[in-house]
Design a binder for this molecule. Sequence first.
Ligand SMILES: *Cc1c(COP(=O)(O)O)cnc(C)c1O
Length: 395
Amino acid sequence: MREDKNQMIKNKDIYYFDHASTTPLRKEVIAVMHEFFNKKYANAASSHCMGQQSEKAIEKAREELALLIGANNTEEIIFTSGGTEANNLVIKGIAMAYAEQGKHIITSSIEHPAVLESCRFLEKHLSFKLSYLDVDQDGFVNPEALKSSIRDDTILISIMAANNEIGTIQAIKKLANIAAKNDIFFHTDAVQAVPQMKFDVQEIGVDALSLSAHKFNGPKGVGALYLKSGIKVIPQQSGGSQERKRRAGTVNVPGIVGMAKASELVRNELESKVEKIKDLRDYFLERVFSEINNITLNGADRKNRLANNANLSFKGLDGETILYNLSLKNIAVSTGSACASGSIGVSHVLKAISIEKETAKSAVRFTFGLENNKSQIDYLVNNLKDTVKHLRSLK
Ligand SMILES: *Cc1c(COP(=O)(O)O)cnc(C)c1O
């Protein structure tokens, strides 16, 4: 029997190692959301007593999110429907607001599709010019390459803090500093980073940052954009004047309240959480590297990668086939980002770190979480070993 002391919803029959795609809700989070579905259901924009109750809860949540990332004031937090919307709002919104100052934007080739496709939208429909920076074989953006890609008309740089597929953590302070020196807005997609490392927007010097609640045991469909005071964005949906006219639409009160609770838990438990997850990840890596031949770790070394991430290539095999075989044993893993799976071809991230196409196709991503434990890792490794052995014997 597996023991599990965490405050998680238990799904006893499933061995879940896909936490970069989403994480399970904490019970504490569900508990605080509950009354905002049942009793406190008013629209936060209504001026009656009940509306004020919702509005108060939203403002309290805003304070919690500001605290998590070290924002100066609560006005800098804009609630959205998730990381995807935060990325769309900041990239398209800043581009449209500052287009008269220039139409050049710099990003990297390993960004989440929400950033990459927002950039492509600007290229295609609004004649912006984009520079997609290459990364090295560990997934790092070269600060010198960033410097030399800056032009007179560059208005925005967007580089993710940590990658969702290979876990590489960028030297974001250094990159943000280059932007600041050149008077260019700097945005970072910190959807994966904030749940796993201390991240202070003022200390690091970023102007904008994207967050998503479901990547840190909060609900899906809610996120936030941190936008430094004084920076304008053109709203990307037309409608009401919610979120200080930057994001129209009735705010998701239960979702936001849940996100704030999840945020408080991250803030209070970050160190112990990261240590626990890192220990599990390292235990996994030690076992697989000593018990399975011909495997490689894609991305940066353990020091410069997210504590929960292990992206492995299994020589000669197909990642999708491994995923399918593990899935038959109730094990959930991924072969890339969830958004990219199902689509044909090699992950754009693995392509960007220029590993061989065959190596990329044999990649499987294992991402660990709070509710995992050592015996689950043993179950995973034992089944992985059998699967790899079996598939290789067929060759
Ligand atoms: C999950 C993810 C997103 C998208 O967030 P959603 O809330 O799922 O829309 C954006 N960027 C990164 C790095 C992610 O991992």
